[in-house]
Design a binder for this molecule. Structure first.
Ligand code: PGA
Length: 251
């Protein structure tokens, strides 16, 4: 098995102003030398300030989206080189909320991932089925199609992270069974190896959707789960720190 360093990634979504950076100080104090990678993805307005705040700690900072172009007439958008220049090392792409709110497609996510990698960012490509798709028995075909369509051909283990986030588990408190998570993660691993060989074996696979301190240990024990993408529970250092600690135990 490839040596995949575990990754705890927090997605602040559209939460957080300057005062909330105190949570980042608390997180750095709670896990001063984490035995896994720790990443926080705040709104774009906080990236530079958070990056300055975590300088000298092990915490990394990421964006939540980028435009595929480097620069141009695209009001309201932020490019991958801009994120990198602001201090980001990663960018979340194709989150289900963006697929829903902004009609993002697999092909659109793919060109964003290409732009992110060209700018030296690690792309965290998100995918996952809706409840209707799961109930129709389409989970593996949906995530397989999303993986094939959203991940660029040039992806490497260093530049790509894939997050499996069942849409029905995001922000709902509902979590799949561990067998259901294992089924999807094992499938995604096989698909990545089929397409990218050894590089595909090295791509980190995160689970996301209602990860909390109380369920982190059992999720991190699941086959091919290399960490988590955490929304609500990443906003408070006490909760996210406990999730990081659970991941360290699993590492
Ligand atoms: P949640 O969100 O942890 O609040 O369910 C996860 C995500 O959307 O990344």
């Amino acid at each position: 098995m490839a040596d995949r360093r575990k990754l705890a990634a927090g997605n602040w979504k559209m939460h957080g102003v300057g005062a909330d950076l105190a949570e980042v100080d608390a997180l750095a104090a709670a896990v001063p030398e984490p035995g896994c990678e720790v990443l926080l993805c705040p709104p774009a307005t906080l990236i530079a300030r958070m990056a300055a705040r975590v300088a000298g700690t092990a915490i990394e900072v990421g964006g939540q989206d980028c435009h595929p172009a480097t620069a141009g007439a695209h009001t309201g958008d932020v490019s991958a080189p801009m994120l990198a220049e602001a201090g980001a090392s990663h960018v979340i792409l194709g989150h289900s909320e963006r697929r829903t709110d902004h009609a993002e497609t697999d092909a659109g996510v793919r060109v964003k991932a290409e732009a992110a990698m060209a700018a030296g960012l690690r792309a965290i490509v998100c995918l996952g089925e809706t409840l209707g798709e799961r109930e129709a028995g389409e989970t593996l075909s949906v995530v397989g199609r999303q993986l094939a369509g959203s991940v660029p051909s040039g992806a490497t283990a260093a530049a790509l992270v894939v997050a499996y986030e069942p849409v029905w588990a995001i922000g709902t408190g509902k979590v799949p069974t561990m067998d259901q998570i294992a089924e999807v993660h094992d499938f995604l691993r096989a698909e990545l190896i089929a397409r990218f060989g050894a590089e595909g074996d090295g791509v980190r696979l995160l689970y996301g959707g209602s990860v909390k301190p109380s369920n982190a240990d059992e999720i991190f024990a699941v086959s091919n789960v290399d960490g988590a993408l955490v929304g609500g529970a990443s906003l408070k250092a006490a909760d996210f720190g406990a999730i990081v600690t659970a991941l360290e135990r699993a590492a």
